[in-house]
Design a protein around this ligand. Structure first.
Ligand code: DTR
Ligand code: CA
Ligand code: ZN
Ligand code: ZN
Length: 316
């Protein structure tokens, strides 16, 4: 007989916490009760695209970009924060300085859950100064925003505590997320049971790459894609080139998804994923053409649903 999640024993929770604080992975810590994990809802890709349309409008109204230190970045942050405040999140803006300009991280906590076991989900919200940054990284920012809103719509009450983050100044060198991690006390850092990063998840000529840093988180994503019948590859283009790097350096289990940037799709990859071989995954990477037309809707939809799947599975 499957017990509902809410019947987890306190002993199992104590084991979970102890395991995590001694550096166990998320999966090791999950109590082994015979329970039915709640299934994540479908994330409507139309909703994700509506956020991208808003971010595009913001860039267009602010010099064509959403870069650190420019009006378009703060307007993007205000847009995301307003949605989260209206959905019942506890939000906070963390300020920092980079290259002589003020930067901002947005942290949003979903009330409830064990605050000794925090599942964090993050994406950088800034673009480069040369364009609107809709794939890089409106795609990740919009997908985690819509997942956070889905948590609210569902009234989801997971065992672990959920925290979402939109980082500033990633394009200047992973500045905002590193500032956040460096300013955590060691006690609060130890409470983060995992960090999930989403940076470029809607590339126009997409690949399906999974970070291979933490085995349990990697398995969560690979199992999800296997269920869709979509092949995945290990992410190698980045290896530390995004906001998961400061968390990994601090000993936090990390994972994430990526659809590719300037590397070229091979014939073998095109055979399994479709798209165009001999062409980069995102021809508009860091360019002015990284607009709302620079998105593959199928990849954005699949990855948005994968974000929700991982959030539900890893926070149960
Ligand atoms: N650093 C990201 C783009 C990027 C390039 N390789 C990877 C691998 C994994 C995540 C992201 C990336 C940026 O330009 O914002
Ligand atoms: Ca969907
Ligand atoms: Zn970039
Ligand atoms: Zn990026």
């Amino acid at each position: 007989m499957k017990l509902p999640v809410s019947w987890r024993t306190s002993a199992a929770a104590a084991v979970a916490t102890a395991t995590l604080l001694t550096g166990g992975s998320i999966a090791d810590a999950a109590p082994k009760a015979d329970v039915e994990a709640a299934a994540a809802p479908d994330i409507p890709v139309a909703n994700v695209k509506a956020h991208l349309t808003q971010l595009q409008s913001i860039a267009t109204a602010n010099g064509g970009n959403r870069a650190h230190g420019r009006p378009g970045y703060k307007a993007s942050l205000d847009y995301v924060k307003a949605k989260l405040d209206a959905a019942g999140y506890t939000t906070a803006i963390q300020q920092f300085t980079s290259s002589g300009r003020t930067g901002y991280n947005l942290i949003a906590d979903w009330p409830g859950g064990d605050t000794n076991q925090v599942v964090m989900v993050g994406s950088h919200l800034d673009s480069v100064s040369s364009g609107p940054g809709i794939n890089d990284n409106g795609s990740g920012s919009a997908a985690i925003l819509e997942t956070a809103l889905a948590v609210s719509r569902a009234g989801y009450q997971p065992t672990k505590h959920l925290r979402f983050a939109w980082w500033g100044a990633e394009e200047l060198g992973i500045v905002g997320s590193r500032y956040y991690v460096n300013n955590l006390s060691s006690a609060n850092r130890a409470k983060i049971s995992g960090y999930l990063n989403f940076d470029m998840i809607g590339s126009p000529n997409p690949g399906y790459f999974v970070y291979d840093d933490d085995p349990a988180i990697e398995k969560t994503f690979k199992d999800y894609y296997a269920g869709l019948g979509v092949a995945t590859e290990i992410e190698t283009e980045g290896d530390g080139r995004s906001d998961h790097a400061p968390f990994k350096s601090a000993g936090v289990p990390v994972g994430g998804l990526f659809t590719g940037a300037s590397r070229t799709k091979t014939a073998a990859q095109a055979a399994k994923w479709g798209g165009t071989s001999g062409q980069s995954f995102d021809r508009c990477y860091h360019s002015s053409c990284d607009t709302t037309s620079n998105i593959n809707d199928t990849a954005l939809d699949r990855n948005s649903d994968a974000v929700a799947h991982a959030v539900w599975e890893l926070s149960e």
